[in-house]
Ligand binder design. Structure first.
Ligand code: ADP
Length: 283
């Protein structure tokens, strides 16, 4: 008897995909500004993806779009589509959260209340019980090392501690997609390095898809499973490579010849794209 051939297994949809994205904004003189052009990117699984490009090229526009966040008065994207787990993303997605350089902690709330803040919203009240919320918030405060500061207000914290609160508020939701817009850009070198280590360790505990915008090439190489470089406006993908070395990566690794060449390659792209003053070139 002939064996009945098995149907091919369906491939799971990428976690996030952006297909043929074009974004245009209206200019005051009535013409349009094309910011993103023919951007196609797929993110198959939880990983850390670093996004670089010259200032003003459209990184934030693309980042927000990946989570369905868009200006209220602009059709976003102008053409193309973003999908999350195979479903077209047409508005802010409940499994995507953002962390910004300006950490946006509420000054009138304590550290604990800031971390618990998203659970005020009906959507999250429905999804997570009060007991579960309390235990998640406690666990998150422990992970970011702010247990003893739980009743402090943001004005009583350093910049790094405030960014820890913002990171905790994002991760307490256990997002599938974490979108970070230069989150450590305003921190001093030592605090930035501590926050990078914290992000890596928290990502190992609870893997999700991270897309992380940075100006710092060294930061991209230290954190990224993948590095994507955009050109100047209208932005296109001009480089896209994987880094297989496990994290955390060492100073010695950074100094290796192959990595120095990668560093030069990215800096070269950014210089060619006309980036002025925004690229940190130290290894
Ligand atoms: P980047 O993050 O790379 O610095 P942005 O995505 O913030 O770049 O902005 C890219 C370009 O799009 C800039 O020229 C900016 O002025 C323009 N832009 C961004 N948002 C809007 C908007 N809502 N309306 C009009 N122009 C915008």
């Amino acid at each position: 008897m002939n064996a009945v051939p098995k149907p091919p297994l369906a491939m799971p949809a990428p976690l996030v995909s952006a297909s043929d994205i074009v974004q245009e904004y209206a200019k005051p003189d009535g013409t349009t500004l094309r910011v993103l052009d023919a951007i196609t990117l797929k993110f198959e699984r939880p990983s850390i993806n670093m996004l670089l490009g010259p200032s003003g090229c459209g990184k934030s526009t693309l980042l927000r779009m990946l989570g369905g966040v868009r200006p209220w008065d602009v059709k976003t994207p102008t053409s193309g589509r973003v999908e999350i787990e195979g479903a077209v993303c047409e508005g802010p997605h409940r499994d995507a959260v953002m962390v910004f350089q300006q950490y946006a902690n509420r000054p009138d709330l304590t550290v604990r209340q800031n971390v618990a803040y998203p659970f005020q919203f009906l959507e999250w009240k429905r999804r997570v019980s009060k007991t579960e919320m309390d235990s998640r918030v406690d666990e998150m405060l422990k992970q970011v090392g702010l247990e003893d500061k739980h009743s402090h207000f943001p004005s009583q914290l350093s910049g790094g501690q405030n960014q820890r609160v913002a990171l905790a508020r994002a991760l307490v939701l256990r997002p599938k997609v974490l979108l970070m817009d230069e989150p450590f850009g305003a921190l001093d070198a030592q605090t930035r390095s501590n926050m990078q280590a914290l992000l890596l360790s928290m990502h190992k505990t609870a893997p999700c898809l991270v897309v992380f915008v940075t100006h710092d090439v060294t930061e991209a190489l230290l954190l990224g499973d993948r590095v994507i470089v955009l050109s100047t406006q209208p932005a296109r993908v001009i480089d896209d490579f994987q880094i297989a070395t496990p994290t955390p990566r060492t100073e010695g690794w950074l100094q290796g010849q192959e990595v120095r060449q990668l560093h030069e390659r990215v800096v070269g792209h950014l210089r060619a794209a006309g980036s002025r003053g925004n690229v940190r070139v130290s290894v």
